[in-house]
Design a protein around this ligand. Structure first.
Ligand code: HEC
Ligand code: HEC
Ligand code: HEC
Ligand code: HEC
Ligand code: HEC
Ligand code: HEC
Length: 480
């Protein structure tokens, strides 16, 4: 009896020691192993240099940050925050282009105030230039949706983007610093990521087009002529005669009031602000379009004889006519670095996109490419990656497809966390995109096979795990 009792005590004692030891080990491992990986959700967001006339898309970048602690994705107990390095309140308030957004955005989004009660710049969802992130169980990441990031003049070699209005070059590849703290304010992990936002190419054609037709080669002249052209289509609507704030001056108008745009978070066109008036002399009535915004823009330009004969006979394959080429080159990831693949190989040229009716489902799973499948209707000599059917934990919010909105590796880690953003896949041809992976995989104990290095997709197990391999390899992609 006595011996049994002693034995029991001994077991209790040793398990108590074991618990203590375990706690100590777990604690040090915990502190050492927190990691955060952050990415902009899409490879490039577009912005415009003016807002007096019309708006395609508002300043709106979204960052997702996954916090990892060994084999678990952290969802509670930490505070995750971000700060955009190149964009501060002072810099944006002093920027003439951003100032135009400050004046015009309340007219484009009634009820929205671009500066909050504390005097801070906010985007249309209320996010500031530095702010906290909120855990989203669907993507298993901390998110900041709708950061009002904007290309700015930094005065450094990062200013590569040509200003279509002739101003100084700007930096389209901004930086966000991400910090993870615990409940007592101790920093557990930090990282930084590229926040891309650039001007598109509309002005390159539309300023000369305006002047050819007797209007000044300025944003205002171009908008006036755009209105005249829009009145010649079946809508009869001269968009330059729409006066949303009733101040007697046309504009600003938002194309997506009438042309459905999922990138605005909408599943149908919402219509114009209720106070909207028309300028004197207007003979049309307002109505919504049956076509998505992506549809009218791509289809109209690809079919216009004037565009094809006077501006660009190859617009169907020259996506950079509108998407940010202008020294920005938004398509910059490993596909560009390692192959001769072009937009048309994955998405199709404009005629293929139109023929396959892709733009009836813009920004959506039905129309966007994956790693394993091109968009519908695409002819290309390049083969996609072999399809692994179990490799999918995607969700469909009506915005984005099965790369941006997908997790691999036991269904826990976002594809983009390891691979980088779409069009910026690791290793990227843009050095700034590679900083994060290089830092995470920069441990001297980590080794890489010939031809691979720390800029590649995250493949060293011990970046996240604590007791697996230090040798870079392709992690299991399976969901279960
Ligand atoms: C390659 C030159 C080129 C580029 C780039 C370009 N456009 Fe155009 N666009 C034209 C021309 C030329 C016309 C007039 C076509 C005609 O009269 O048939 C036109 C017409 C239009 C119209 C009038 C169509 C209608 O019926 O309402 C709109 C609106 C428009 N463009 C918007 C844009 C926007 C927005 C962008 C940038 C995302 C853009 N364009 C980029 C050349 C271009
Ligand atoms: C007040 C609503 C309204 C606004 C604002 C508006 N549009 Fe339209 N748009 C229409 C309607 C209606 C049509 C006719 C097609 C239809 O009925 O769906 C149309 C047609 C077009 C077409 C011609 C499509 C074709 O197949 O001929 C283009 C291009 C176009 N819009 C571009 C734009 C752009 C770019 C903007 C913003 C600068 C814009 N629209 C703003 C309502 C609008
Ligand atoms: C005339 C200007 C113009 C040209 C040329 C152009 N785009 Fe676009 N594209 C736009 C604009 C503006 C948007 C954003 C529309 C929105 O907010 O919905 C867009 C959005 C998109 C989207 C997302 C929406 C969707 O339809 O799924 C894809 C994909 C796309 N473009 C692919 C291409 C490809 C590929 C090419 C070249 C083969 C190309 N674009 C050429 C103006 C253009
Ligand atoms: C190697 C294939 C590939 C090439 C080449 C490619 N894309 Fe994409 N594109 C994708 C994938 C994958 C997505 C993300 C789909 C998703 O949401 O999961 C995407 C998404 C997009 C989107 C919507 C969301 C976003 O990330 O902005 C646009 C717009 C777009 N591509 C335009 C272009 C243009 C313009 C080019 C050429 C300059 C291009 N793409 C080149 C594969 C490609
Ligand atoms: C834990 C990190 C990680 C995650 C999460 C991850 N990948 Fe990968 N993936 C890699 C690495 C590393 C490679 C090897 C890359 C190379 O060879 O350059 C790779 C390779 C690939 C390849 C190349 C072909 C192949 O099969 O080797 C494809 C395609 C791919 N991944 C798609 C995806 C998709 C889609 C997702 C999300 C559903 C995803 N990956 C999630 C790390 C990851
Ligand atoms: C970017 C971070 C990350 C990297 C890199 C990574 N893993 Fe994981 N891994 C995770 C997470 C998070 C889980 C937990 C998945 C779950 O159960 O929800 C996991 C789970 C696993 C599991 C199943 C659970 C377990 O721990 O046994 C295996 C096996 C695994 N990883 C193997 C690997 C291997 C092998 C590599 C390197 C070739 C690797 N992982 C690289 C984050 C990562």
């Amino acid at each position: 009896m006595k011996s049994i009792k002693n034995k029991t005590l001994a077991v209790i004692a040793s398990s108590a020691i074991a618990i203590l030891l375990f706690a100590a080990v777990a604690m040090s491992a915990t502190t050492a192993s927190y990691k955060v990986i952050a990415r902009n959700d899409l490879g490039m967001h577009c912005a415009c240099p003016t807002f007096e006339g019309f708006l395609l898309l508002p300043p709106f970048n979204t960052i997702r940050a996954q916090v990892l602690n060994g084999s678990s994705v952290v969802s509670t107990g930490v505070t995750v925050s971000y700060a955009i390095v190149e964009n501060t309140d002072a810099v944006l308030k002093a920027d003439p282009y951003y100032s135009s957004w400050l004046v015009n955005s309340p007219k484009l989004f009634p009820g929205f105030q671009p500066i909050n009660a504390q005097g801070k710049i906010v985007g249309i969802t209320g996010k500031m230039l530095s702010d906290t992130m909120t855990y989203d169980a669907v993507s298993k990441s901390y998110q900041a949706v709708g950061i009002p990031a904007y290309p700015v003049v930094t005065g450094t070699t990062k200013d590569i983007m040509i200003d279509p209005l002739g101003g100084p070059k700007r930096d389209p590849y901004l930086t966000a610093n991400i910090t993870v703290k615990n409940s007592t304010g101790t920093t557990l992990a930090t990282t930084s990521t590229t926040v891309p936002v650039a001007f598109g190419g509309c002005c390159t054609c539309h300023l000369p087009l305006a002047s050819q037709n007797g209007y000044p080669a300025t944003p205002a002249g171009s908008f006036a002529y755009l209105g005249v052209m829009h009145a010649q289509n079946s809508s009869k609507i001269n968009i330059a005669m729409i006066d949303p704030d009733g101040d007697g001056v046309g504009g600003p108008v938002r194309c997506s009031w009438c042309h459905w745009d999922p990138a605005m978070g909408e599943s149908a066109a919402p219509g114009w602000p209720s106070a909207t008036k028309l300028l004197p002399g207007a003979t049309f009535t307002l109505k919504k379009s049956v076509y998505s915004f992506s549809d009218v823009l791509h289809r109209y330009h690809a079919k216009s004889q004037k565009v094809l004969t006077q501006f660009d006979a190859n617009i169907a394959t020259n996506c950079y006519d509108c998407h940010p080429g202008n020294n920005v080159n938004c398509f910059r990831g490993s596909h560009k670095g390692k192959t001769a693949i072009w937009c048309t190989d994955c998405h199709g040229n404009l005629n293929e996109r139109i023929a396959a009716n892709q733009m009836a489902h813009p920004w959506q799973q039905q129309s966007l490419p994956t790693c394993f499948e091109k968009s519908p209707g695409v002819n290309s000599a390049f083969a996609c990656h072999p399809h692994d059917t179990s490799n999918s934990k995607s969700w469909d919010p009506g915005l984005f497809g099965k790369f941006i909105d997908n997790r691999g590796h036991k269904g826990s880690v976002l594809c983009e966390s390891c691979h980088g953003s779409a069009h910026a896949e690791a290793p990227s041809t843009l050095a700034a995109d590679n900083v994060q992976n290089s830092t995470l995989q920069g441990n001297a104990a980590f080794t890489f096979p010939a031809g691979k290095d720390k800029t590649y997709a995250i493949g060293v197990c011990n970046v996240c795990h604590t007791s697996k391999s230090n040798v870079w390899a392709r992690p299991p992609h399976l969901t279960n």
